[in-house]
Design a protein around this ligand. Sequence first.
Ligand code: GCO
Ligand code: MG
Length: 412
Amino acid sequence: MLIDRAEVIVTSPDRNFVTLRLTTDDGLVGLGDATLNGREMAVVAYLKDHVVPLLLGRDAHRIEDTWQFLYRGAYWRRGPVTMAAIAAVDTALWDIKGKAAGLPVYQLLGGASRDGLLAYGHASGRDLPELFDSIRDHRAQGYRAIRVQTGVPGLKSIYGIAGNATSEANQGVRYDHEPAQRGALPNEEDWDTRGYLRHIPTVFEAVRAEFGPDLPLLHDAHHRLTPIQAAKLGKSLEPYDLFWLEDCTPAENQEALRLVRQHTTTPLAIGEIFNTVWDYQQIIREQLIDYVRSAVTHTGGITHLRKVLDYAAQYQIKSGIHGPTDISPVGMAAALHLGLAVHNFGIQEYMRHGARTDEVFQQSFTWSNGRLHPGEEPGLGVDLDVDEAGKYPYVRAYLPFNRLADGTVHDW
Ligand code: GCO
Ligand code: MG
């Protein structure tokens, strides 16, 4: 079974998505997500100019060999662009293998380890009343675990608040949180760590008082704190029993987590901007985190994220696979198959895509009682309507960035 065609499809129904579509000589089609938010076209060029010529004529069954060939053969290793491109190839090959076998991908990964995947959604509000409404809304949609983000008094805009919530482009569909700004240069936001550290514990106190002790609550600090600030936040949130505190410090420095860990029992999740097992080597071995946040889409695909999760399992660290709207339905399906199969599943992030996206990508995963299931279709269970995709050309979009009050650029 040889790879006969490899096409890179860019579409922007509600936001940009990059999809690799492989076709074998016997007509099987496999899809892989290669979307890298705000840097999409770099992955498109990497795939078209450097990867597609290497794929044609290769045996579609040799997933591990193709992975190693693309990773080691490039000489230049790691990095988001490379690893998103490799991920797309890897995921498309798993899709093809599933279709060739007549089995959903999770069956090829060892079969189901559970009945469904607990998922969390993003509640957000500029103030408490808006936040409470958003939490109620999420519970009504069936979510059984909720990430909580709010505005901070004195700051104009803040990460995690539904900005372009009901824009015309979304046809009235409310997005939980879509940070990329379409058709414009990067949005400048403001940041003040002291104000944030004072405010957040009061938010969680109010949420617990309103919604009780049972509801699993998560929070994302989005890389903005120093280790000692993160330690302070983790400690001050302990009474509110968080499911996790995410990305408390910038991800480059693995050692930073040691200091945070010494001070708090709030569980830590990290890794949405990591690409390989090497980025996790120290924090897994030293048990400095509790959840692995990488996406299949950015971490070399199902093959490589499986290895990261198997390594994490030896230390009782669980999965918390990244699933914002900038992961396409193809990347989400891959996450669900992997999450269903591994023993150390923790939770899955799940944000709804817009209506147009759901028309471009027909999906067979299900959502009921707060749990996701990838479905029983052979392969990943996602089809791409190429004609529909062609209606929505690429729109340049950037993620925002932060400045402190004195004008210094800060982590966003
Ligand atoms: C999350 C993330 C995202 C990122 C986004 C950037 O926890 O879901 O922090 O919301 O900001 O994926 O492209
Ligand atoms: Mg995050």
